[in-house]
Design a protein around this ligand. Sequence first.
Ligand code: HSE
Length: 399
Amino acid sequence: MDTINIGLFGLGTVGSGFYKVINMAHNAHARIAGICVRNLNKQRDITLEPGILTNNPDDILCNPEINLIVEVIDDAEQAFSIVKRALEKGIPVVSGNKAMIATHLPQLIELQRKYNTALLYDASSCGSIPVIRNLEEYYDNDLLLEVKGILNGSSNYILSQVFDHGQNYRHALCKAQELGFAETDPSFDIKGFDSLFKLVIITVHALGVYVEPQRVFTFGIDSIHDTDIEYAREKNVKIKLVAQVFKTCANKFTMFVMPELVRPERYIYSVDDEYNGVVIRGRCYDRQFMFGKGAGALPTASSILSDVMARRHNYKYEYKKMAFSPRPEYTTDVDLKIYCSFSSTRIDELLPFREITEKYISQNRNYITGYISLQQLIKNRQLLDAPDVFIANIETPRF
Ligand code: HSE
């Protein structure tokens, strides 16, 4: 069996995790032949083979011995330039970089076709849960109605700490950083962008449609208030950051990222800490549920290893659903039921609800629940960005 000689870009949380995992996987017949890092002198908690590190990408990309690139660096644009160069040389790539993939996916698909090579990225979405490959292979039909879940480990960890352990939000965020769950800039996690990037990637493999991230409504958990936690406790629900894509009728779908008031009978209610959970709903099988660690060095690295191993069998995504005809069309013309809390911003007067179902106004904090279109949420984005405003989706029956 030929050895896979890997060129690794990045030796941060996931890169170091991958170095450990590959050294545990004795039957993998894969080895790391070179590692490109930004800072050669950084202190690291792993013992490396002498001479394996470089800070020159060419030492990896032009090394004829290397037959696979693993890219796990932080910077999305730098990552794109490395991945592009590798694919242009016909070298397959495994990446966990959701920002880079979600932003450049059409071009990355084209590069794979043009240079007849592969880019695998199961590790980019939901850490250790093999959601992309399952959507691509098993759910290769048009009976899929919805993919919904908790896709960000850090925000879920923070919410669990606050909800179940009475921890302070800031303290929980610091712990998520210490434990290696959060992004270098944790605002990506708590403002919902990390979930958004994953949702964009998932939608390509679920429905065969690429939607630019900037077109998708995204609201995070950073403006959550103690009274929101109290409200959720009183109503016997949990607040979770949920990403979802679902069909609104036979030929249209919508998608968004928003906190949700989750009822105890829902699968994702019990997804706590850094775990992720994905519910897949289809016309003939109702709901299926995938659960697993969504963040952290080793869980993510194990997904990278799985993609590396898939290359041994020349596996590549075929993007079969992109050839479906007709493909469903993205719409924001959909009514949502939301909970909205605020203090100084008079949301009740400014946000055009179609129907208000509950309203509570007091001296300190106010809330309202009601129906509003997603289009209006997008239109009033600036208003919702006020630091005193928090919103959460309330699930309603679906098509
Ligand atoms: N920051 C990400 C998370 C890492 O918390 O889910 C895994 O993608």
